[in-house]
Design a protein around this ligand. Sequence first.
Ligand SMILES: *[C@@H]1O[C@H](CO)[C@@H](O)[C@H](O)[C@H]1NC(C)=O
Ligand SMILES: *[C@@H]1O[C@H](CO)[C@@H](O)[C@H](O)[C@H]1NC(C)=O
Ligand SMILES: *[C@@H]1O[C@H](CO)[C@@H](O)[C@H](O)[C@H]1NC(C)=O
Ligand SMILES: *[C@@H]1O[C@H](CO)[C@@H](O)[C@H](O)[C@H]1NC(C)=O
Ligand SMILES: *[C@@H]1O[C@H](CO)[C@@H](O)[C@H](O)[C@H]1NC(C)=O
Ligand SMILES: *[C@@H]1O[C@H](CO)[C@@H](O)[C@H](O)[C@H]1NC(C)=O
Ligand SMILES: *[C@@H]1O[C@H](CO)[C@@H](O)[C@H](O)[C@H]1NC(C)=O
Ligand SMILES: *[C@@H]1O[C@H](CO)[C@@H](O)[C@H](O)[C@H]1NC(C)=O
Ligand SMILES: *[C@@H]1O[C@H](CO)[C@@H](O)[C@H](O)[C@H]1NC(C)=O
Ligand SMILES: *[C@@H]1O[C@H](CO)[C@@H](O)[C@H](O)[C@H]1NC(C)=O
Ligand SMILES: *[C@@H]1O[C@H](CO)[C@@H](O)[C@H](O)[C@H]1NC(C)=O
Ligand SMILES: *[C@@H]1O[C@H](CO)[C@@H](O)[C@H](O)[C@H]1NC(C)=O
Length: 509
Amino acid sequence: MTLHVRFSSISCFFALSFLVTTLVSLPSRRFDEVESLLAFKNEFTLSCNKSVTNSWTRDAISFDGVLFDKDTGGVTELKLRGACLTGTLDANSSLFRLHQLRHLDLSHNNISSSLPAEFGRLTNLEFLDLHQNRFTGELPSSFSNLTKLQFLDISNNSLQGKVPEWLWRLPSLTATNLSHNSFDGFQGSPLHNSSVLVYLFLRSNAFQGSFPNIPPTVKYLDASNNNFTGEMPLSLCDLRKLLVLELSNNSFSGSVPRCLSESITLMNLRRNNLTNLPDTFSNSSLELLDVGNNQISGKLPRSLEHCKRLEYVDVESNQISDTFPFWLESLPNLEVLVLRSNRFYGPISSPQHPRPFSKLMMINIAGNMFDGSLPPNYFVNLSAAITPRVKHIGSLVDFSGNRFVGQIPESIGLLKSLLALNLSNNGFTGHIPSSLANLTELESLDISRNQISGTIPQELGKLSFLSYINMSHNKLTGQIPQGTQFQKQNEYSFEGNVDLCGFPLRKSC
Ligand SMILES: *[C@@H]1O[C@H](CO)[C@@H](O)[C@H](O)[C@H]1NC(C)=O
Ligand SMILES: *[C@@H]1O[C@H](CO)[C@@H](O)[C@H](O)[C@H]1NC(C)=O
Ligand SMILES: *[C@@H]1O[C@H](CO)[C@@H](O)[C@H](O)[C@H]1NC(C)=O
Ligand SMILES: *[C@@H]1O[C@H](CO)[C@@H](O)[C@H](O)[C@H]1NC(C)=O
Ligand SMILES: *[C@@H]1O[C@H](CO)[C@@H](O)[C@H](O)[C@H]1NC(C)=O
Ligand SMILES: *[C@@H]1O[C@H](CO)[C@@H](O)[C@H](O)[C@H]1NC(C)=O
Ligand SMILES: *[C@@H]1O[C@H](CO)[C@@H](O)[C@H](O)[C@H]1NC(C)=O
Ligand SMILES: *[C@@H]1O[C@H](CO)[C@@H](O)[C@H](O)[C@H]1NC(C)=O
Ligand SMILES: *[C@@H]1O[C@H](CO)[C@@H](O)[C@H](O)[C@H]1NC(C)=O
Ligand SMILES: *[C@@H]1O[C@H](CO)[C@@H](O)[C@H](O)[C@H]1NC(C)=O
Ligand SMILES: *[C@@H]1O[C@H](CO)[C@@H](O)[C@H](O)[C@H]1NC(C)=O
Ligand SMILES: *[C@@H]1O[C@H](CO)[C@@H](O)[C@H](O)[C@H]1NC(C)=O
């Protein structure tokens, strides 16, 4: 989904900004540091044959993954990501003799132990990446010695306890990722004015209770997949530089604060227990808004119209009671609109607004009380937009479970890269448009439970990707097309029609 794409680009930036390119080792090496490296290597067994440490020998020409300081000959960088190190990191490890280390990456190994307090002796560390190992226990307080530390990633381990208060006081720390551990709370109050923290990732831990006061410098905040409860705190409004707010899958209740910063570009509050989305959106930077799966009632806030950069609006599975938001037409970049499973009602096409908005790529309005008919050229605009670019969000048109009547618009045949069409549970009448035969990528077609009559166009038999077909409970007549995809369906896909015949139905023609 779009969300995923954005997060990858953020993490990319996150990593890039710290990427140091040099891997080349230089001739001046301190003898005792080389001995420490070799001893360190021997503390582990290797779970594969191509570890980067293979090149390390006493008289090696190059030490892969190691950077020695040109002047002092000490080890300043150790990049052992995915080096197949299996074993424990003990307090007496030779690692802690490498006092000049500034950059240490032990991510994607198999190290299972607690985090030794001796990390606190590596006071030159600026970059520490321990993610994707099997570290256990709590964060030792000696980490508070790491005053030069800018980047700390300990995600994807089995760490637990409270996030220590000193973390917010580390004077250089700009990025920290604690995601995918078992942290369950915060020691003291995180808020600290001396903080320079920009990236804070707390995803998928065991946090519960009310949300802490985050340092006001934070721009990227991900606290999703926890169990924070209570209202979203007003202190979130103090994050005036916030760009990304990811709080999905918690138990937040009450209203979304009115005062959230206009700097936010991505706001994901999906899967909470929020009951109100205030009508106070202003011309902001908001590009993505997802409040799906909450208990929001009332109307869709008209002020969303001011968020000119909106591309993605998802309010799925709430109790919003409103007419179709034609007024969103004024948003020049809106690509995805998901209104599914609410209480929207009324027509989705009017003389003033005959067709969906021009940039729209995905429209899901299933499970509402929309009614009226769709003009023949309803899908003309959408066709311009549904392109391979949108495939990753599943090119789909889902109008099922509403009260639409009249013909299925012939222009549906223009949505060339459509993968799924669901018009089931409506009151559509007339014939199946033969233009459907042009949807050569269609995989799923559900027009069940309508009032559609006439024969099934034989051309549909040529749709070779069509693996799911449901035309049951209509008023169709004549022979079911002989194409292989039709013959693969079971009889329930065609039952409940007036006078259909041929396989897979038992009635022959
Ligand atoms: C944080 O850690 C998790 C788990 O290792 C990872 O999936 C995610 O990409 C990290 N986030 C960032 C922004 O680096
Ligand atoms: C390493 O290589 C040896 C011999 O080439 C082979 O027997 C062994 O299975 C390999 N071990 C791993 C972990 O791939
Ligand atoms: C970690 O160890 C397990 C077995 O203990 C092995 O299957 C896995 O490949 C190892 N992972 C790495 C990154 O070496
Ligand atoms: C380091 O400590 C571990 C665990 O406490 C111990 O088993 C090991 O023998 C020690 N190694 C050395 C070289 O002292
Ligand atoms: C929601 O969060 C819980 C942990 O609180 C996790 O077990 C679950 O997988 C998450 N659900 C989704 C859909 O991410
Ligand atoms: C979240 O916390 C609430 C209140 O403490 C509790 O009732 C609920 O079971 C928790 N949910 C999960 C998924 O842990
Ligand atoms: C939050 O909503 C979920 C799903 O609607 C529900 O199961 C849960 O009981 C609610 N929790 C609270 C604390 O209201
Ligand atoms: C909204 O803000 C953008 C810049 O963020 C500006 O270019 C645009 O003119 C503003 N629009 C209105 C209607 O104020
Ligand atoms: C979309 O439809 C409107 C009329 O409703 C029309 O003015 C506009 O040009 C169309 N846009 C595209 C891209 O076809
Ligand atoms: C179409 O939508 C209905 C709900 O309106 C749903 O029950 C059905 O499973 C959907 N069909 C497909 C193929 O997803
Ligand atoms: C299918 O598409 C072709 C060309 O793209 C067009 O000429 C034809 O009229 C379309 N057929 C239907 C039934 O819409
Ligand atoms: C087709 O849809 C009907 C009702 O919408 C449903 O009862 C039937 O199980 C569906 N058939 C298949 C094969 O999914």
